[in-house]
Design a protein around this ligand. Sequence first.
Ligand SMILES: NC(=O)c1ccc[n+]([C@@H]2O[C@H](COP(=O)([O-])OP(=O)(O)OC[C@H]3O[C@@H](n4cnc5c(N)ncnc54)[C@H](O)[C@@H]3O)[C@@H](O)[C@H]2O)c1
Length: 330
Amino acid sequence: MGVFGRNHARVYKELEQQGEPVRLLAVVDADSNRAETVAREFACEAFASVGQMLAKHPGLKAASVAVPTLHHLAVASELMQAGVDVLIEKPLAATLAEAEELVALATAHERVAQVGHLERFNPAVRATLPLLTHPMFFEVHRLSVFTPRSLDVDVVLDLMIHDLDIVLAFAGSPVKEVRAVGLPILSGKVDIANVRLELESGCVANFTASRVSTERVRKLRFFQPRQYVSLDYGRQEVLVFTVGQDGTSSADMAGMPSVNPQIGVTKPPVASEEPLHAELKSFLRSVRERSAPEVPLEDGRRALALALEIVAAIRDHGKRVGLAGIAHRR
Ligand SMILES: NC(=O)c1ccc[n+]([C@@H]2O[C@H](COP(=O)([O-])OP(=O)(O)OC[C@H]3O[C@@H](n4cnc5c(N)ncnc54)[C@H](O)[C@@H]3O)[C@@H](O)[C@H]2O)c1
């Protein structure tokens, strides 16, 4: 029930107030002051452990797990073993073995188990899905200013994993080759990274993620035959540039640089919604209907496997160029 867990509590409470069939029963934090503060804010009970909560509420149906990644397995397994459906924050786990254990536990206990890859529920991402034809080149930037949070993992597992998941979902092709460079700047882990992936389909994807930037940027752009699509996660906006198609000529679009009158620019409608709101609504629907979650744990395992491969590639690169001792202390 840290910073992000409080957001989950807030949104569950909002859904309850909006008439969704859900009731926020309790929040749990090992730091009981923290749990009590959040419980007061959202009018629910506070507990210092999952065990205490389950003892009081054995019929609890669903829970979000938003503890530090290193504790996802312990907390989520206790909940699933008690028959509770779970939404586990990203990254799914700290290691692939832990992620696989979570996938196996969800199957064994027949739990609805979703991973918190929030950007899947970003309305700009949803508006982009029907536009996908044959993406061949992605350029992705996710830059944040430094905050002393989530420093238990590299920036690849903290931030870039959002975009790895989206590109894997958009491109629908396995990864063939990984090239990566990364450096610790303000923490003991990698704070800035640049990655080039080549997929089996021939698609190439470049990613830059930083948590030591002076500005906040959340952009994904891709090219596919005769088309360029620019998605801004933060502004929840999509721009589509198509050669030889009707649309506003790029020369006419307010604030847009004049490119070529033969290139039509369209801005698909995006119904603005807080992604966490859409994510939790979708999770609760799966819980009620006993249906497969929109983003199953397996997708979290896949994104984590790639993120860990990237972390290893960064370490290899560091060794190759003589940065190992200085820059990649663990
Ligand atoms: N989806 C997103 O966009 C997004 C954004 C931020 C964080 N996250 C994820 O959410 C998780 C939490 O991140 P955060 O930034 O809120 O962390 P945080 O450090 O602010 O909070 C973690 C809280 O968990 C508590 N805690 C630790 N172990 C516990 C345990 N065993 N039982 C109960 N409470 C325990 C701590 O006391 C702390 O209050 C991480 O996995 C992170 O990657 C996801």
